[in-house]
Ligand binder design. Structure first.
Ligand SMILES: Cc1cc2nc3c(=O)[nH]c(=O)nc-3n(C[C@H](O)[C@H](O)[C@H](O)COP(=O)(O)OP(=O)(O)OC[C@H]3O[C@@H](n4cnc5c(N)ncnc54)[C@H](O)[C@@H]3O)c2cc1C
Ligand SMILES: NC(=O)c1ccc[n+]([C@@H]2O[C@H](COP(=O)([O-])OP(=O)(O)OC[C@H]3O[C@@H](n4cnc5c(N)ncnc54)[C@H](OP(=O)(O)O)[C@@H]3O)[C@@H](O)[C@H]2O)c1
Ligand SMILES: Cc1cc2nc3c(=O)[nH]c(=O)nc-3n(C[C@H](O)[C@H](O)[C@H](O)COP(=O)(O)O)c2cc1C
Length: 576
């Protein structure tokens, strides 16, 4: 008996085509693995990735393809030779989306070129796209969507519909990769006889699927009284077998605040019983709302499902108008509790209620320690998100869990998110410039510890900024010590609110532009970490100015110089 596979809803097919394709691929997948026949099929797997997820999947896909009669070729968009594009036979793209619907840094140049008139016709190219994203952002999977549309516009042949992935990559990746492999070359299929993909072997050790319950060894506020709250958190990795490198991030599974969970349950129109979780187990509703479902920020998907069960005329008009700005205006600063209280809905039972909710997702934090300096530990620097909106005091789910709700017995579930796109130079002699205001300091504390532990000879220059020197000099004592020891050769500090006029890190960069240009000419690598929406953009603009003013380059030459820095992995960003 052959079961058809489900074709994604976003596919540009009619229902009949979707059914046909589903049955066709289902049949291919059900065939026993055949002996390879003929020459191996060339397949280029091209990825665009900011924090390593797309890169990891691309590598996994290449590994799988190698088991079949394929000749896979892994390519990073940042270094991909565009001249090859029109000659590709089979092109599988995996990309994420960043910023406000923008390509990840590594894909930016390729994306700009592909969208321009310079892009060639691609009549000979077969392609399919796996687009990673997060539906909490208004421009969900925008980068993958743009690649998909543009390749088709240039005449390429879409062999399998684009799959848009909403945060959880495992299942959609497995379905997409199986399907494209089946479509590309049935005879070379690597699907095992039992139907399980060859690379779906149970992971050993701790991972996102099996987080490590980590003891909290220290947790304290780095800011002084009267300021914001940024916690230094030390977690134990003892006996976990987990290893990490500086530049990696730590994933943390949060718990929702019990007081808000109880407020939600008290307002629901049914008696709380057991409900299913995404892993299939049944747990009491309270437990499910504490640990399994997202009761924080709401989005279009949640509201659309909610509206079907609510008589709210406001929600109906919001859904019917489907206006991007109106969605953003309504969702900003509102959580599930606002729907529960202001737009009550009818749910048959707890199962119906949780079917509307998103899964509670882990948050990533740039690791602030070097394993060489702190064996068996991992350190984080977490800004606690608090704000008032719509008459309520609110907080970020994970940062307030870490900052407010951990107890002596808490063991938050953690995993390492490897990020090869944010590494120290392999050659310790290469100078390093680091720009990390606020919590952006996190990976640079780790970098400095690592450079010290490895005895790296390269010079180190840090730009740090925060509102006030007296209260907000995160890791000030340690940084001063690095300075005295000669590990930190230069440190420029931007105290934004210690004087009338704001001073930001990019102002100090511009002031020190001549020296910065010299460091860059000496081969320095340039790193940025912290706020993506404003700081990272302004720092990028300052870098262009420095290249123009001190390198005597035109605007175009400066842009080309900086693009080359990125290609050479000398301009790396960890921004959020
Ligand atoms: C690779 C990476 C590395 C990171 N490293 C760090 C790090 O080292 N340190 C760190 O602190 N964070 C870091 N972050 C950010 C971190 O992952 C979380 O996003 C952050 O802690 C907020 O999560 P939360 O669960 O507390 O907030 P959430 O519950 O996710 O809420 C945040 C949301 O609250 C809403 N919101 C926030 N402020 C307001 C406001 N004023 N008005 C209205 N609505 C508002 C917004 O919708 C915002 O998106 C990193 C992120 C990434 C992707
Ligand atoms: N995506 C997320 O989920 C998420 C979660 C947490 C934090 N964040 C972001 O990450 C950032 C880190 O938070 P944080 O509290 O550690 O630090 P922060 O808010 O970035 O502040 C650090 C310093 O940067 C300054 N700054 C403000 N605008 C700037 C700009 N355009 N260019 C350069 N510097 C600028 C601030 O000055 P002033 O404040 O005096 O203007 C402050 O002195 C926050 O900005 C926040 O937006 C994002
Ligand atoms: C700062 C930031 C901005 C993001 N912006 C978007 C966005 O606009 N649209 C979207 O669909 N996903 C967005 N995402 C989600 C990422 O695309 C998603 O997490 C993806 O899996 C990351 O893959 P990568 O690690 O390969 O870069 C954003 C994530 C971050 C941290």
């Amino acid at each position: 008996m052959v079961s058809p596979i489900s074709i994604p809803d976003n596919a540009p097919f009619t229902p009949e085509q979707r059914q046909w394709l589903g049955e066709f691929i289902g049949k291919l997948l059900a065939r026993p693995a055949a002996e390879p026949a003929g020459p191996p099929l060339p397949v280029t797997v091209l990825f665009g990735s900011q924090t390593g997820t797309a890169e990891g999947l691309a590598k996994k896909l290449v590994k799988t393809l190698k088991k079949g009669n394929f000749e896979p070729n892994l390519q990073d968009m940042s270094t991909y030779d565009r001249e090859r594009l029109a000659k590709e036979k089979n092109l599988l793209i995996i990309t994420s989306t960043y910023g406000d619907g923008e390509p990840p840094d590594s894909a930016l140049e390729f994306h700009t070129w592909l969208m321009s008139d310079a892009a060639p016709t691609l009549a000979e190219v077969n392609f399919s796209i796996l687009s990673l994203g997060d539906s909490s952002y208004p421009d969900f999977c925008q980068c993958g969507i743009e690649f998909d549309n543009r390749l088709a516009e240039l005449g390429a042949n879409r062999i399998y519909p684009r799959v848009d992935v909403d945060v959880d990559v495992d299942v959609p990746y497995a379905e997409w990769s199986q399907a494209v492999i089946a479509v590309l070359a049935p005879a070379a299929s690597v699907v095992a006889a039992n139907g399980a993909p060859a690379d779906e072997i149970e992971e050993v050790g701790f991972s996102k699927k099996r987080p490590f319950p980590s003891a909290v060894l220290a947790n304290y506020n780095l800011n002084g009284p009267g300021s914001k709250q940024t916690n230094h958190i030390v977690l134990s990795l003892e006996s976990s077998g987990i290893s990490y490198e500086v530049g990696d991030a730590l994933g943390v599974f949060p718990e929702n605040p019990a007081c808000v969970v109880d407020e939600i349950i008290a307002a629901l129109p049914f008696k709380a019983g057991d409900v299913p979780t995404s892993t299939g187990e049944e747990v009491p509703l309270r437990e499910a709302l504490l640990r399994h479902y997202d009761i924080g920020n709401i989005n279009k998907t949640v509201i659309t499902k909610w509206q079907k069960r609510s008589g709210s005329p406001f929600l109906r008009s919001l859904v019917e108008a489907d206006d991007k700005q109106a969605w953003e205006d309504f969702c900003w600063g509102r959580d599930l509790i606002d729907l529960v209280l202001d737009h009550p809905a009818d749910f048959t039972d707890g199962e119906d209620f949780v079917s509307v909710l998103k899964k509670l997702q882990p948050r990533l934090y740039s690791i602030a320690s070097s394993p060489a300096a702190h064996p068996g530990e991992v350190h984080l620097c977490v800004g606690i998100v608090r704000y008032d909106s719509h008459g309520r005091k609110r907080g970020g789910i994970c940062s307030t869990y870490l900052g407010d709700r951990l107890t002596g017995d808490s063991k938050p579930g953690v995993f390492v998110h490897h990020n090869n796109a944010f590494r120290l130079p392999a050659d310790g002699g290469v100078p390093v410039i680091m720009v990390g205001p606020g919590t952006g300091i996190a990976p640079f504390r780790a970098f400095l510890e690592e450079r010290k532990a490895t005895g790296a000879k390269g010079k180190n220059w840090l730009f740090f900024g925060n509102p006030h020197e007296a209260t907000d000099f995160l890791y000030g004592t340690e940084l001063e010590a690095f300075r005295k020891e000669g590990v930190l050769n230069r440190m420029d500090l931007a105290w934004s609110r210690d004087q009338k006029q704001k001073i930001y890190v990019q102002d100090l960069m511009l002031k020190e532009g001549a020296a910065m240009w010299e460091w860059l000419q000496d081969g320095a690598a340039f790193y940025v970490c912290g706020d993506a929406s404003r700081m990272a953009k302004d720092v990028d603009a300052a870098l262009h100015t420095i290249a123009r003013e001190h390198g005597k380059l035109s605007a175009e030459e400066a842009a080309a110089y900086i693009a080359q820095l990125k290609r050479d992995k000398r301009y790396l960003r960890d921004v959020y």
